[in-house]
Design a protein around this ligand. Structure first.
Ligand code: SAM
Ligand code: SF4
Length: 342
């Protein structure tokens, strides 16, 4: 395997629409200790463990991408912190930050394991994390996550603060569930020193019973409601992700909106997504994918892998076709968000 010490980092690979691919999201497991109603069905079947790439293989893939111009890596899932020995992978990838090969290593987590992992994450070189919390009401939290406990996540957030991690809260806006709470959540985030990003529910995967139309709350509506209590000024702050940010005068923190349905964010897309089986999705909202496991396992030399990655990026589509309406039904892509990690 080529190491970055022996390999010159190249300029980023550019897709057919002129977008440089500098951001890789890696779903390190499809498993999770929660069963959020908009993400999974209660009786999910997960991949057989034998189909997963090993942590060493995931690391090699990440290093290859970094060698091809990726500057930002986000680990996600499923729940990344439930994968056994994941800190070993995080520690090794963190070294790439220390060596200046990678600008940022970060992760998206449900926070359930943070009490234990906050300090090791900092020690590994992680500086910022996203934690998903859709409600601050313990009863609703249980209803939304099915298996989660708010108290445990709040304990994890406390540990993150103590360890000096910068935290952004992600909340999916859910009609009739948390829509009456969003002002309170924004104020709470302000008091805690967290930015908040609101996400529109995306039509991905069969979630068993729940209707997407019943969950979907357009963020354009949320924003105009929030403007009655908060002064929101559009900001040019960027994290490399799809959110558009506003400064919140009253709290001094930022508020982001991820609006795949009311505002298409594809034109600036710099991302590709890797699953824990080595499948590369060039777009969250399309089915086309490339298998990187075969070239990874075919040789210890990275040449075949690099060429498979280049071919895949050459097929990156212009954008997604998410739509939630009665005609098209509730599902735009068959796989769950936990496969590609959001
Ligand atoms: N388990 C981790 C967590 O919950 O943060 C990481 C993986 S989770 C799939 C990543 C993000 O996707 C979370 O913020 C979650 O709320 C969001 N998400 C999951 N399913 C979604 C859907 N159908 N539409 C919009 N966001 C979704
Ligand atoms: Fe698990 Fe995250 Fe999906 Fe919730 S959103 S079920 S925490 S992967």
């Amino acid at each position: 395997m080529a190491t970055l010490d022996t390999m010159r980092q190249s300029e980023p690979v550019v897709d057919p629409y002129g977008r440089a691919i500098t951001y890789l999201r890696v779903s390190v497991t499809d498993r999770c200790d929660f069963r959020c109603v908009y993400c999974m069905s209660e009786n999910m079947s997960f991949l057989p463990k034998k189909d997963l790439l090993t942590l060493e293989e995931l690391e090699r893939l990440c290093r290859t991408f970094v060698g091809m111009g990726v500057r930002k890596l986000r680990l996600t899932g499923g729940e990344p912190l439930v994968r056994r020995n994941v800190m070993q992978l995080i520690g090794n990838l963190g070294e790439l930050v220390g060596q200046g090969h990678l600008e940022e290593l970060t992760l998206t987590t449900n926070g359930s394991q943070l009490a234990r992992f906050a300090q090791p994450l900092v020690d590994a070189g992680v500086r910022r994390i996203n934690v998903s919390i859709d409600t601050l009401d313990a009863v609703k939290f249980k209803e939304v996550t099915r298996w989660g406990r708010l108290e445990q996540v709040l304990g994890g957030l406390e540990a993150a603060k103590q360890a000096g991690l910068q935290v952004k809260i992600n909340a999916v806006a859910l009609k009739g569930v948390n829509e009456d709470e969003i002002e309170h959540m924004l104020a709470w985030c302000g008091a805690e020193g967290f930015d908040l990003t609101l996400i529109e529910v995306m039509p991905m995967g069969d979630i068993g019973g729940e209707e997407r139309l019943d969950q979907y709350l357009p963020l354009s509506l949320v924003r105009s409601r929030l403007r009655k209590s908060f002064t929101l000024t559009e900001s040019d702050y960027k994290t490399g992700g799809p959110a558009r940010y506003f400064d919140v005068k009253e709290t001094g923190q930022r508020l982001g909106f991820i609006t795949p349905l009311t505002h298409n964010f594809c034109e600036g897309c710099n991302r590709v997504r890797l699953t824990c089986t080595g499948t590369l999705y060039m777009c969250l909202g399309q089915e086309d994918a490339a298998d990187l496991r075969a070239p990874l396992r075919a040789s210890d030399d990275d040449a075949g892998l690099r060429s498979a990655i280049r071919d895949a990026i050459a097929r990156k589509p212009k954008g997604h076709d998410f739509v939630i309406d009665r005609r098209s039904g509730a599902q735009s892509v068959g796989r769950h968000m936990s496969v590609t990690g959001g």
